[in-house]
Ligand binder design. Structure first.
Ligand SMILES: [Fe+2]
Ligand SMILES: [Fe+2]
Length: 283
């Protein structure tokens, strides 16, 4: 590594931020562009399975809320592609590469939405997993990307509230509606556990080394598992056994009486999830 590159690396590792016109090593620029482009692609592809449910949403209010979420996600893609353009790749090229399969998008968006339960669970849990990654990007060494993450994070947190409301409404409905949530949580749990990527040590992850990401994959996954949502997801019913440390953490988190009390305190009485004893079936 030449001296200038080493100096740049030390600068970003110590919290320094880079603007579009600043000098940056070729490797940093290439990794940054690829990562941000994939993020833009994911925002765009994520709307396709959700869009399918706009016309099938059960009420006008749900149609409006889902339409707004879909519009937000497309807006995120637009913002993110602008950042990619500033790094030297035109938006048309991004879209051509996405359509031809040359560029990638997040694996979680390859799964179909089979029921209305999926619509709630995606907004409640997939968006929750996404906001953990996106909040960590607020500290990204590339300043223009970090800046747009503020608006994106605000909107993502609103999506989570929308998802939670869909899930709570279903859980207070009929047995059939509760089963829709249960089936969706069980089906999405695997993809959720893979959401934050391979469990590589942060120091071996070039994205972490260049401080494009400020959090390792496992740390992000653990943060998701530690969240109150896991308690609530498990109040639906344990979503299949997850082996290893992650699984133990999930199961440990759900048994934690402090987290359980917090979940109960935050849910209004009439909208509380059914007592776990009535629905707990898995591990
Ligand atoms: Fe988004
Ligand atoms: Fe979202």
């Amino acid at each position: 590594m030449e001296a200038r590159e080493q100096e740049f690396l030390e600068y970003v590792q110590s919290g320094g931020q880079v603007e579009t016109d600043d000098w940056m090593p070729d490797e940093y620029r290439a990794r940054l562009r690829k990562f941000i482009e994939m993020h833009g692609n994911s925002e765009l592809m994520g709307v396709l399975p959700e869009r399918e449910w706009i016309l099938r949403a059960p009420t006008l209010q749900r149609k409006l809320a889902l339409t707004a979420k879909v519009q937000d996600e497309v807006g995120h893609a637009q913002l993110i592609y602008r950042v990619v353009e500033d790094l030297g790749k035109p938006r048309e090229q991004c879209l051509d590469d996405l359509i031809s399969g040359k560029s990638k998008f997040h694996n979680v968006f390859h799964y179909p939405t089979k029921t209305w339960g999926d619509v709630g669970v995606i907004a409640w849990l997939v968006d929750a997993a996404a906001i953990i990654s996106q909040k960590a990007l607020l500290k990204c060494s590339y300043a223009p990307y970090a800046r747009i993450m503020k608006k994106i994070c605000w909107e993502e947190s609103f999506h989570i509230l929308h998802g939670r409301d869909v899930v709570l409404t279903l859980m207070n409905g009929t047995d059939e509606q509760r089963e829709l949530v249960q089936e969706a949580v069980t089906r999405w749990w695997g993809p959720l556990m893979q959401f934050h990527g391979n469990p590589i040590p942060p120091e071996d992850d070039p994205m972490f080394v260049w401080r494009i990401k400020s959090q390792g994959n496992d740390a992000a996954r653990q943060q998701f598992l530690d969240g109150r949502r896991v308690v609530r997801a498990r109040a639906v019913r344990a979503p299949g056994r997850v082996d290893g440390a992650l699984g133990r953490a999930a199961r440990g988190g759900a048994r934690d009486p402090r987290l359980r009390r917090r979940a109960e305190a935050e849910l209004p009485p009439r909208r509380r999830l059914p007592p776990e004893g009535k629905t707990e079936g898995g591990t």
